[in-house]
Write a protein that binds this ligand. Structure first.
Ligand SMILES: Cc1ncc(COP(=O)(O)O)c(C=O)c1O
Length: 393
């Protein structure tokens, strides 16, 4: 070890922050591509569609006509008003703009929400499997993620019954994602209402991650904002609106948390991206929505192709996903080590998928996540390649 490395101190909390496995798979995929192979990318958690043209045009106009100064820490008033109208139009729920904070992606929204609610040692109930960054946000703040193992019986969701059973004296918050990453399953309106009632009774909070709202197939996802103003809701322009790289999301807050979130946001971020906010104003225009709805139909077609195709390979999909763009498949009939399996599918069959390991410690070796973020033709090719790999002697 050289002198500089020996002197470099690393915070103890870093021992509890694991790498994002999907990023490691991406790095390996690039190496395979550098070796001259065509890799089909089904690992990445973002749609393959470009940001809709009206949104890009709005950004270009803003660059010419608007000053690119900081905005208020809570975001542009016009955008907060537009989000408020979106709740009225899409869900029939009144959410005043004053309760909306625009953030640097839902990642910043989650950090701000956890930041104003959690003290060291406080516990957060989360479903396992679940979105990996949540447990790391919680740990980074010195709080404790309490992963509740969920499976097909509860459609991979933290049900009111499970929340009640696992709520301890230290629990401050329960969170659900609907539709969820990695399973694409949803929580019903009644379940959200019951979870909110439990949180209220226990003097804690409920946080609902709605970042995949809009990307549902056949069912409308109910919003946590309808379950009372105590419920925190996280949403994003990343997925349905296809603006991942613009880094913009939002929070719906209980009135008494608005000022603390504003104070923390001023300090951590100053403000969300001004350019991205001007662009996002075009997200709610009918011409943008028409594009997004066409793309949603395309994602649904991919889902309807891929679920049975994977089942025919011996992958089991115990709960058919109702939203997002992921299939969480049980691969225990073809391997007992999903980690090695995902790597070999990449190096031998040139298809990139994510092993269950990213999503928690609840039987990750039996599961993989496959993102249908490629056209059906590429999915067909991916299934052929995996079939050849699985059936090879
Ligand atoms: C469930 C869930 N929540 C939050 C995020 C964070 O997304 P962003 O910061 O782009 O809004 C993701 C990203 O994949 C996710 O899957």
């Amino acid at each position: 070890m050289d002198d500089v490395a020996a002197r470099m101190h690393l915070a103890a909390r870093m021992a509890h922050i694991e790498p994002f496995e999907v990023m490691e798979i991406q790095t390996l995929a690039r190496e395979v591509e550098a070796g001259g192979h065509d890799v089909i990318h089904l690992e990445i958690g973002e749609p393959d569609f470009r940001t809709p043209a009206p949104v890009v045009e709005a950004a270009k106009r803003a660059l010419d006509t608007q000053p690119m100064f900081y905005t208020s820490a809570l975001g542009l008033g016009r955008l907060r008003e537009a989000i408020s109208r979106f709740y009225a139009q899409r869900y029939g729920v009144e959410v005043p703009a004053a309760r909306i904070a625009v953030t640097a992606g839902s990642s910043a929204a989650l950090l701000l929400a956890f930041g104003v609610l959690l003290d060291e040692g406080d516990e957060v109930l989360l479903a396992d499997p679940g979105y990996p960054c949540n447990r790391h946000f919680v740990r980074a703040l010195g709080a404790v993620p309490r992963a509740v193992a969920v499976g097909p019986a509860s459609r991979y969701q933290l049900t009111p019954d499970l929340a009640r059973r696992h709520w301890s004296a230290r629990t401050r918050l329960a969170m659900v994602a609907t539709p969820a990453n990695p399973t694409g399953t949803m929580v019903t309106r009644e379940e959200i209402a019951q979870l909110a009632a439990i949180a209220h009774e226990k003097r804690g909070h409920l946080l609902v991650d709605e970042i995949y709202h809009g990307l549902t197939y056949g069912l409308e996802a109910p919003t946590g904002a309808a379950a009372g103003e105590d419920v925190l809701v996280v949403n994003s322009f990343s997925k349905y609106f296809q603006m991942t790289g613009w880094r913009l999301g939002w929070l719906v807050l209980p009135p008494r948390l608005v000022r603390p979130v504003e104070t923390l946001a001023q300090n951590l971020f100053i403000s969300p991206s001004t350019l991205a906010q001007h662009a996002a104003l075009a997200c709610f225009e009918p011409e943008t929505v028409a594009i997004l709805e066409e793309r949603r139909a395309e994602l649904d077609a991919r889902r309807r192709f891929l679920v049975p195709a994977l089942q025919s390979l011996g992958f089991s999909v115990p709960v058919v996903p109702e939203g997002a763009f992921y299939i969480y498949a049980d691969v225990s009939r073809v391997t007992d080590d999903s980690f090695a399996f995902a790597r070999r599918i990449l190096t031998d069959a040139h298809v990139a998928i994510t092993p269950g390991k990213d999503f928690g410690s609840n039987e990750p070796e039996r599961h993989v996540r496959i993102a249908y973020t490629q056209p059906v033709q590429r999915l067909e090719e991916a299934v052929d390649r995996i079939a050849r790999f699985v059936r090879a002697p």
